[in-house]
Every structure is written in structure tokens, then in C-alpha cells.
Design a protein around this ligand. Structure first.
Ligand code: SF4
Length: 469
């Protein structure tokens, strides 16, 4: 059996154009199962209150994960597909934080005060749109409502254009111990084409400051497939990131869906790299990171061998949540802020996507939850199967059969049969009692996971998602 956790071959060696042609179908990223497009409006604030109360009564001492969404950005990146509000009016943040405080009070009313939190993430938008004083206010609010455990992971997304070494020092004082820098690409032409100009020198100096300040883990996000990118230009970005040596690298594929994401209409189709160029960029980037000792974590993520994610991957303790891969056990996620998605017990919920709706609900002192999804037994089973594939690259039948009281070969006879095509192509190995994802299969692991997604049966639904590669 090959050792897929340490692919010794670069992606170009294991990933062929033929494999991509066959298996590069549109698919979800499985930060949840079922995916958020399945949530329905029949799930509302009263359901969310019931979930939080049930947790208070049944599971109060298990640490939580917290996500706080700050939606504002000062300027628009043309590739953006996030839920954000572009504004230069920083005074808008005060009203938002007032609403967030009300939401927090309502959550705590149902959940109880002082619940332990082992993971806190501020995302957006751009959380660093907030001033130092506003960020301090957010942390004070959260600190009053919850209790951060001594070993908690406290992370924030950082737009390099909005911070200085002094701001990073302030964030460190507030308790943040992990940073995620949005880099995307260092090439000046690409940066112009996506309207996000930030020099290599600026990012280098910020990362150096972050290290001096003792941040435990630094992540850099990159995107391939952007306008004006070429395999040569992206290879330079990969080289430069290699020099900065962040602990983690997330390498995302740009999905050009201008009919769905309005900002992308400013990107000319003619400026986009061809599919062959995208494959070359992906292959070169993967080979470049592996040759610099980064471990392949799965999907789009790489980490240095000593980083907690790489250790968790080696020890089979990797999990997946709305922020991507995580070292935290599969814990409940309380989400705060406009459009934020949480998960408590066996249900997901999402807040209102627009500020007027969000403010209106909170003005009436009701949770701003507008949709959600309660997992069925079948969903819970398939979620375990999909997460095993996405996180471990291996599906052992015995633990799933024990937890769900099923026989894998009977319940998933059809799915296992359809995996044969992938086995013939070298993406998985089918053994008695387990499915093993191969080194090549890791790069197409979403396509493998999709085999078990009951909600993806209707072929037309697939077009709603971005391409796998
Ligand atoms: S990519 Fe990030 S920083 Fe840029 S507009 Fe979107 S949310 Fe804001």
C-alpha cells in the first residue's frame, strides 16, 4: 500500500491531465456535511435557542469553538466570493459591534455564561478593518461571555494592507496567538488585475514581526488561477512564499463565477490562465512546497512538519470545520455575526446574510438565525464517512459500523461499486474493511468524498459549486 500521507511524488508526477479530465467535477469543499446550500428557512431562532439550551443542560463542560464574522473591508478584491461590505466609513463598525454584543448576550442567555472555549477565530471580510480599540472591545465582550482555555487557539485573518508591526503587537497583547495573512499572489500585474496591491517587502516585514512577537503559527493564503497569472509568475510567488516560510500555506483555486459573485465581473475572461496553465501552476506549487519540506495536509493545505496541523495529520487526529482543517476535536461551533454559520449538536444554523436583517432581528432581541439544518441519521453517517476521507484519507469500516449500527458493504454497496472506477484510475485502493486514498487521490479527495454525498445525486446541482481543481 502506498503511503499517501507523505506523497514523495510531486503532483505533476501523480496527477495527469487525463485524471483531471475524468474526475475534475464541480464539488463542495465539505467544511460541513450536508453543505450550506441544503440549509432551509424552516430552521429559525427558536430552533437555535433550543440547541443552545440543550447544550447547556447536557454538554456544558466540553470546550467550544467560536467564530466571529467581521464583514467590513476597505477595498474590493475582484476575485472575492465572500460575504463582505466594502466601506471606508469606519464608524459603521461601532453599530455592528453593538449588535454583536446583543447577539452575544442572547447566546449566553441560552447557553450559560463562562463556557470554556478552546478555539476562537475572527474572520471576514477583514477583521483588521476594526481599530485597535474596537478589537479590544470584541475580545473584552467575548472574555466576559466565555472562558478561553489556557491552551486555546486564538486566530485572526489579517489583510496585510491594514496592519503594522505595532498592530500585530496589539493583537498579541489581546491574546491572539495565530495569524492568517491573505497573500494570494506577489506578482504586481496580478495584484493590479485583482485590485489588491501589497508588496512582498510589506508581507515579509509583517511576518518577521509576527515571529518576533511569538505567534505560534502563521498561515499564508495563496490563490492560483487568477487573472494575469502564468506558471512562471506563480512559480516566483511560490519561491517567495518559500523564503518567508509560514507554518501553514493554504493554496486555493480561483473559481470564476461572475454570474454568482458580482466583483468577479471586473475580471476579463481573456486574462484568466488556461486550464492547462492552472494544472501546471497547481503541480508546480505542490512540488515546490513538498520540496521545501512542507507536509501535504489535504485538499488545499500544507504545513511545516512541526506545525500542529502536520502533527495531527500524522497522528490521525485531523478534523474539519467551517474554517477548514483543524486540530480541535469535533466540537460545537458557536458562530456570531452577520452570515456566520455555526454547528451545535446535530444541527447547523446560519445568521442573516445582510446587515439590515441582522440588525432588525437583534433590535427585536431575537437571535438573527435565518436558516439551518438538523442532521438525519443518514446525514450523520455520511458526514462521518466524508470527514474520514477528507481528514484521514482513509475510510475504516469497523468504527463507522460500530457507531452507526450498519454494514458498510450493504449500506454503501452502490457507492463502493462506483469507487471502482477511481480505484482503476489509481485514486483509491479498495481493501476488505477499508478504502485508502492514494497519493494521487489526495489531490482529488473532494471528488472521492462526493461519491458518498446523497445530496449531490441530482447532476444539475453540481454546477453550483466551484471546480475541484
Ligand atoms: S477577498 Fe477578503 S479582503 Fe478582499 S474584498 Fe473579499 S473579504 Fe474583503
Amino acid at each position: 500500500m502506498s503511503d499517501p500521507t507523505h506523497p514523495t511524488l510531486g503532483a505533476q508526477a501523480v496527477l495527469t491531465e487525463e485524471l483531471l479530465r475524468q474526475f475534475d467535477t464541480p464539488g463542495p469543499r465539505y467544511t460541513s456535511y450536508p453543505t450550506a446550500d441544503r440549509f432551509t428557512a424552516t430552521f429559525g431562532p427558536a430552533d437555535a435557542v433550543a440547541l443552545l439550551e440543550a447544550r447547556r443542560n447536557g454538554n456544558a463542560s466540553t470546550p467550544l469553538s467560536l467564530y466571529v464574522h467581521i464583514p467590513f473591508c476597505e477595498s474590493l478584491c475582484y476575485y472575492c466570493g465572500c460575504n463582505k461590505i466594502i466601506t471606508k466609513h469606519h464608524e459603521r463598525a461601532a453599530e455592528y459591534l453593538d449588535a454583536l454584543e446583543t447577539e452575544l448576550a442572547l447566546v449566553v442567555e441560552s447557553l450559560g455564561t463562562g463556557r470554556p472555549v478552546s478555539q476562537l477565530h475572527l474572520g471576514g471580510g477583514s477583521p483588521t478593518f476594526l481599530s485597535d480599540a474596537e478589537l479590544a472591545r470584541v475580545m473584552r465582550m467575548l472574555g466576559t461571555a466565555f472562558r478561553l482555555t489556557s491552551d486555546s487557539e486564538v486566530s485572526i485573518e489579517v489583510d496585510p494592507r491594514t496592519v503594522t508591526p505595532a498592530r500585530l503587537a496589539h493583537l498579541r497583547e489581546l491574546g491572539f496567538n495565530r495569524l492568517s495573512f491573505g497573500v494570494q499572489d506577489f506578482d504586481p500585474d496580478v495584484q493590479q488585475a485583482v485590485h489588491r496591491v501589497q508588496s512582498f517587502e510589506m508581507v515579509r516585514s509583517l511576518m518577521a514581526s509576527a515571529r518576533e512577537l511569538g505567534y505560534v503559527s502563521i498561515n499564508a493564503d495563496l490563490i492560483y488561477g487568477l487573472p494575469k497569472q502564468t506558471p512562471q509568475s506563480f512559480a516566483r510567488t511560490v519561491q517567495q512564499i518559500g523564503e518567508l516560510r509560514p507554518d501553514r500555506i493554504a493554496l486555493y483555486a480561483y473559481a470564476h463565477l461572475p454570474e454568482r459573485f458580482k466583483p468577479q465581473r471586473r475580471i476579463a475572461d481573456a486574462d484568466l490562465p488556461s486550464p492547462a496553465q492552472r494544472i501546471a501552476m497547481l503541480g508546480d506549487a505542490i512540488a515546490g512546497f513538498l520540496s521545501r519540506d512542507y507536509c501535504y495536509i489535504g485538499m488545499d493545505h500544507f504545513a511545516l512538519p512541526n506545525d500542529a496541523l502536520a502533527v495531527a495529520k500524522r497522528e490521525g487526529r485531523l478534523h474539519r470545520n467551517f474554517q477548514g482543517y483543524s486540530t480541535q476535536p469535533d466540537c460545537d461551533l458557536v458562530a456570531l455575526g452577520v452570515s456566520a454559520i455555526g454547528r451545535v449538536g446535530a444541527a447547523y444554523y446560519q445568521n442573516a446574510k445582510t446587515l439590515p436583517e441582522y440588525y432588525e432581528a437583534l433590535g427585536q432581541r431575537r437571535l438573527p438565525v435565518v436558516r439551518g439544518y438538523a442532521l438525519t441519521r443518514d446525514d450523520a453517517l455520511r458526514r462521518d464517512v466524508i470527514m474520514a476521507l477528507m481528514c484521514q484519507g482513509r475510510l475504516d469500516f469497523a468504527p463507522i459500523e460500530r457507531s452507526h449500527g450498519i454494514r458498510m458493504t450493504e449500506t454503501f454497496a452502490q457507492e463502493l461499486a462506483s469507487l471502482r472506477k477511481m480505484a482503476d484510475a489509481g485514486l483509491v485502493e479498495l481493501h476488505d474493511g477499508c478504502v485508502q486514498v492514494t497519493a494521487a487521490g489526495w489531490f482529488l479527495v473532494r471528488a472521492i468524498a462526493m461519491t458518498f454525498d446523497r445530496h449531490l445525486q441530482a447532476a444539475q446541482e453540481r454546477n453550483r459549486f466551484s471546480r475541484v481543481i
